[in-house]
Write a protein of this length. Structure first.
Ligand code: NAD
Length: 315
């Protein structure tokens, strides 16, 4: 029987590369489209030579042509960490808007199921806690983070328009902070920054007073949730994340302890529009996908630590 084919945009990135691995394990053929603007070829190098994998270097904001039949299109291309999207504001807006339009066009042409990687950032600095899918969010469109948040909000609206107007089968996953192997150490997010500072014995820098909260999901849990959503028939957005919430100050202490480090914590100015709280309500994912995270934060951190040590060449 012919294998099903999935196109993954942003497949050379952190999450996209894990997704490619997972889809191949599920016996699909994967075509990865990426312009490597924030991704790395090392993330997918192990798949070169695998006949179920093909890499095409291209910018998805341009015309996309894929010759074979396609069953699924998963749109993960976008700068995703604050450092990246603040440095690449126009590319971020373009890939969320023009890119989403082009990738939806590919799914429509191929009569494929389309899945959008959206984000908890659509909730902005939330006034409702924890965040449920029916919350519309509190986003500053003209602040520096607006380039990412609004691009994703537009992408969700475009996805729903293709569903309603063209009858395309669509899925929207709202991803909450995720960590694991293949994260870039210098992507500016709290988790890789804390870990690399702690491993190098440098001061651990906490923004503000560290009372702002985050909820970190281990990458394997996230990918399993996304796969279940892809093969479901649920059209409305679904939160996938780990509801285990922690303040950034507590988290910095936890990282120092797990790394067995002597680093001290220092405080720095809070970036503009930094969300004060972040925790997914995953009732819907539990109900419709029978999904919930299995890996605790401490377990996931230990699994990730070895990868960070290898990257930093620390034994
Ligand atoms: P990443 O930067 O590692 O991966 C994004 C990939 O997209 C990169 O490989 C990059 O080169 C590629 N890309 C960007 N613009 C492109 C373009 N115009 N054409 C082709 N390729 C392009 O980031 P990630 O953390 O893996 O995030 C993947 C997706 O998941 C993003 O859409 C992001 O918004 C979403 N997301 C991630 C998180 C998280 O915690 N990592 C949380 C919420 C949402």
């Amino acid at each position: 029987m012919q294998k099903k084919v999935a196109v993954v945009t942003g497949g050379a990135g952190f999450l996209g590369s894990h997704l490619c691995d997972h889809l191949i394990k599920e016996n699909l053929k994967v075509i990865c489209l990426d312009n490597l603007i924030t991704g790395r070829i090392e993330n997918i190098e192990h798949l070169f030579g695998n006949e179920s994998f093909q890499f095409i270097k291209l910018d998805v904001t341009n015309f996309i042509h894929v010759p074979s039949h396609v069953d699924y299109v998963l749109h993960f291309a976008s700068p995703a960490s604050p450092i990246d999207y603040l440095k690449l504001p126009i590319q971020t807006l373009k890939v969320g808007s023009l890119g989403t339009h082009k990738v939806l066009g590919l799914a429509k042409e191929k009569k494929a199921v389309f899945l959008l990687a959206s984000t908890s950032e659509v909730y902005g600095d939330p006034l409702i806690h924890p965040q449920k899918e029916d919350y519309w969010g509190n986003v500053n469109p003209v602040g520096p983070r607006g380039v990412y948040d609004e691009a994703k909000r537009f992408a969700e609206a475009m996805t729903m328009a293709y569903h309603r107007y063209h009858g395309l089968q669509t899925r929207i996953v709202r991803i909450f902070n995720t960590y694991g192997q293949r994260m870039r150490l210098d992507d500016g997010r709290a988790l890789p920054t804390f870990i690399s500072q702690a491993l190098k014995g440098e001061n651990v820098t906490v923004f503000g007073d560290g009372s702002q909260t985050r909820s970190f999901c281990f990458v394997d849990d996230l990918i399993e949730g996304i796969y279940r959503l892809l093969v479901s028939d649920h059209v409305e957005p679904v939160n996938i994340g780990n509801p285990e919430e922690i303040s950034l100050l507590q988290f910095a202490n936890e990282v120092i302890e797990i790394c067995n480090s002597k680093s001290k914590i220092i405080f720095q100015e809070l970036p503009e529009d930094d969300p004060k709280v972040r925790q997914p309500d995953i009732t819907l994912a539990k109900e419709i996908l029978n999904w919930e995270p299995r890996v605790s934060r401490r377990e996931g951190l230990k699994l990730t630590l070895q990868y960070f040590k290898n990257e930093l060449k620390i034994n």
